[in-house]
Design a protein around this ligand. Structure first.
Ligand SMILES: [Zn+2]
Length: 450
């Protein structure tokens, strides 16, 4: 999606050109130079910490539920789920790596991928941070701070012999920053250690995120070669680091890239076609995403990452959720419709999608033509639906979130027992890296009634 260009037709006499004109125009001459429209950023951001994925209101709702201790309340039951989770224990021991590898380890000096350690430790720092903020017990904050300090002390770089390192930079960068955001005001985390951690985020993570977004993966590929989830994760990391470090330029960079960027994470590239009516009439609009014809493991990841990015933006006063008439909601609905169980969706509209067609600018015939929604991985569960449903229902759009609601309900239970959707460490999501792609814990943090 090209940024809007407008042409100025006004024949401005040079005399009136008040400093902005570089070339002299003769009286009556028309300047046909395209002028880039001024891009408007949101005016101001208020950093009411914590204000990334989780804000104070979310924590206050959990505190109230814990005080009530009602065994039928999904928030309270989900709290119990968190408290028994392996990543939310005060005894948690981190395993920081000096050189962090995701992808081909050739030439890195490390024998193989070791990024799962960052996945586990970032998830643990977040879960311990939540447990501390809700319970007030400093043992959990201390365990989280220990994780963050140890990584900042030990880890010097992210690398690989291929670009998979940027997946790590995105997915775990935003989670480490979110953990730090939860502990920002904890007095047991010294200013010196927070400074070290801030520098670590900037030097090891943000630098990778920024390079990826500015080059859209670079290395002789077109702007849409890397799928949406790559850019969503890297934008999420820049946004979370921008929030933790109160860096307005970083926030603006993400805003611009989501709204009008050239890459696959931009709203109109992630959702390449206009939403269409749901043929089954259950919800007003549905929209395929760039990865709908690829497989559902990735298509659901686009929803979960997009939603967590929207949630972080929302807490800063940026409404990605509502942009272009709630366009992302149409994507959430399409994805939920196809993946919620039991599989009853019979009609999935699909517009043919050409991924990296000849001449896209990439080298080497890796293009694909998607002609229908992919059944590969259908039914993939990711813990994002409760949060999405809570957002839209709070904005009186519950009737437009029909399938999202069904999926939220599906995840609120495990084998028929009320548990909450959970996050990393909950058996439903397994233990490989996809369990750590998103923060989750939607029932705990966002549930506000059905
Ligand atoms: Zn391409």
């Amino acid at each position: 999606m090209k940024r809007t260009l407008i042409t100025i037709f006004a024949a401005v006499p040079a005399l009136l050109c008040a400093g902005a004109c570089t070339d002299f125009l003769y009286q009556g001459e028309v300047d046909l130079t395209p002028v880039e429209e001024e891009f408007e950023y949101p005016a101001d951001y208020e950093f009411n910490h914590p204000c990334a994925y989780i804000c104070s209101d979310d924590i206050d709702r959990v505190k109230a539920a814990v005080a009530e201790a009602d065994g039928t309340d999904p928030v309270y039951v989900s709290w119990l789920q968190l408290c028994s989770n392996q990543y939310a224990q005060a005894s948690y021991t981190p395993n920081p790596q000096e050189i962090l590898v995701r992808g081909d380890a050739t030439g890195t000096g490390v024998s193989g991928e070791n990024y799962i350690n960052a996945c586990r430790d970032a998830a643990a720092a977040i879960q311990l941070g939540i447990r501390y903020l809700v319970s007030g017990e400093t043992q959990y904050a201390d365990a989280a701070v220990n994780i963050l300090n140890s990584w900042a002390d030990v880890c010097t770089t992210i690398t690989a012999n291929d670009n998979n390192q940027y997946l790590l930079a995105g997915f775990q960068g935003y989670q480490f920053a979110n953990a730090a955001e939860l502990l920002r005001d904890y007095e047991g985390w010294s200013e010196t250690d927070q400074n070290d951690f801030r520098n670590w985020l900037l030097n090891v993570w943000y630098e990778k995120n920024r390079w990826f977004m500015e080059n859209h993966g670079g290395d002789g590929v077109c702007d849409l070669h890397y799928w949406s989830n790559w850019e969503l994760a890297n934008m999420a990391s820049i946004l979370a680091i921008g929030i933790y470090t109160e860096n307005v330029e970083m926030v603006n960079f993400v805003y611009m890239n989501f709204r009008e960027g050239e890459g696959s994470g931009a709203l109109d590239n992630m959702i390449p076609y206009e939403p269409v009516s749901d043929p089954e009439g259950n919800t007003p609009l549905i929209a395929q995403c760039m990865e709908s014809g690829r497989d559902q493991g990735h298509a659901t990841l686009v929803s979960s990452m997009c939603a967590e990015l929207c949630q972080m933006a929302w807490n800063l006063g940026i409404d990605f959720y509502g942009m272009e008439d709630n366009k992302v909601l149409s994507m959430f609905e399409y994805t939920a419709k196809y993946n919620v169980t039991p599989f009853t969706a019979s009609i999935m509209p699909f517009t043919q999608y050409e991924y990296c067609p000849d001449g896209c600018g990439c080298s080497g015939g890796h293009g694909a033509t998607h002609t229908e929604v992919s059944a590969d991985g259908r039914g993939t569960e990711r813990p994002c639906w409760e949060m999405i449903y809570a957002h839209y229902s709070q904005r009186n759009l519950a009737s437009s979130a029909y399938y999202t609601k069904l999926f939220a309900e599906q995840l609120r239970y495990t084998d028929g027992t009320l548990t909450g959707d959970g996050g990393a460490g909950v058996s439903r999501y397994g233990s490989n890296s996809s369990a750590f792609d998103q923060i989750g814990w939607g029932t705990l943090l966002f549930y506000q009634g059905e």
